[in-house]
Design a protein around this ligand. Sequence first.
Ligand code: SF4
Ligand code: SF4
Length: 439
Amino acid sequence: MAQMAFLLVTALFAYFIYRRFTLIKMAINLGKPADFSDNKPERIKTMLLIAFGQKKMFDRPIVGFLHLVIYLGFVIINIELLEIVLDGLTGQHRMFFPIIGSGLYSFLINSFEWLALGVLAVCVVFLIRRNVLAIKRFRQPELNGWPAKDANTILIYECVLMWLFLSMNAADANLQALADPHYPLTGSFVISKFIQPIVNFGGNAEAIHIYERTAWWLHIIGIFGFALYLSWSKHLHVILAFPNVYFSRLKPVGEINNMPVISYEVKSMLGLSVEGMPTPPTEPGRFGAKDVTDLTWKNIMEAYSCTECGRCTSACPANITGKKLSPRKIMMDTRDRAQEVAELVYVGEKPNSDKKSLYQDYITKEELMACTTCNACVDACPININPLEIILEMRRYVALEESATPASWNSMFQNVENNAAPWAFPPSDRANWTEKVNG
Ligand code: SF4
Ligand code: SF4
């Protein structure tokens, strides 16, 4: 009976998780193709350093260390999930204990318990940091509402999961002491032994048994629920950070992507070789990006990978000087819009059938125009996200499709076209100022 219930719960969660992740995959695939198949060794190295090694997190060492505790704790403790799932499916209890022996088993569970304690402590610190300390990057308008609730929910959720794990072990040890034959004699564990008196219920075996089973079920349902919840949460980065970093841009940071169609035209006009360049299509499509479907799949994957940490925004000179631009908001808006469009496509509608777009409905011209293209956001991001690429693509749309750039920019564009420089005088006059210096 319990096995059937377990199978049913697992199958239900697997189905809903599959559906949600299919939708996310669909959202990412809304983007245009982009090739990141080059330089695999460099990509693997980057992923090991930045995603697994969390190298950029240690730019701020204390937070970096605390984040590492949560990350390791959560990943390693979940190894235990394998045993729980197998126990659930076979109706056994702690089935690895006789297989790997008491020494190794105790070592592993004790290690998990230390990590669980670490995760609990760090979650409390992070809750205080988010809600009590006035840290500017956690108080910005784009975090109002759901993003702030999401961050707190997940921290509290992790605390509950860790408590269930520890108290389940404590109740288990109490049942062993009462010689319950279903519970192998693993003995007490390093942290949960301090919780044993709390879940002893005056030595009432039935009450302890009910608690142990309840904690066991809530723990496993909680982990399945966490996997499902991830698909709505910024914590999706625990999965997507790895492919996202693998597919990092390997070009020098300041190198801006050219638009092949325009490069082809300019080179042709200047009589330069266009050999090897893709021939422009007869219908060039859209210049720049108005909606998520004009971005690449990688831009959308980055949006889904964003941790909403705000390191980009706190490094952004436009934001620091009070402009409306926040690179974090650019990523959050891109993700929200991609999700909205994917939901339309999922039910058979056209991507733009809601008559909305990323430009205007989510991101305004004022935000786009405030960017200095300094790349500070790109440099600051712990998982190599590039908000600037989205900003530039959208700004290209504003300039090339809407001709809606500010007047001061237009005269600069004209100067570049006529004088090959942003200044309002011809190249022949460029050195005139030296005469005054020499004179
Ligand atoms: S590139 Fe733009 S968005 Fe990024 S930090 Fe610089 S000004 Fe801000
Ligand atoms: S883009 Fe990077 S730095 Fe900015 S909020 Fe997202 S994860 Fe943090």
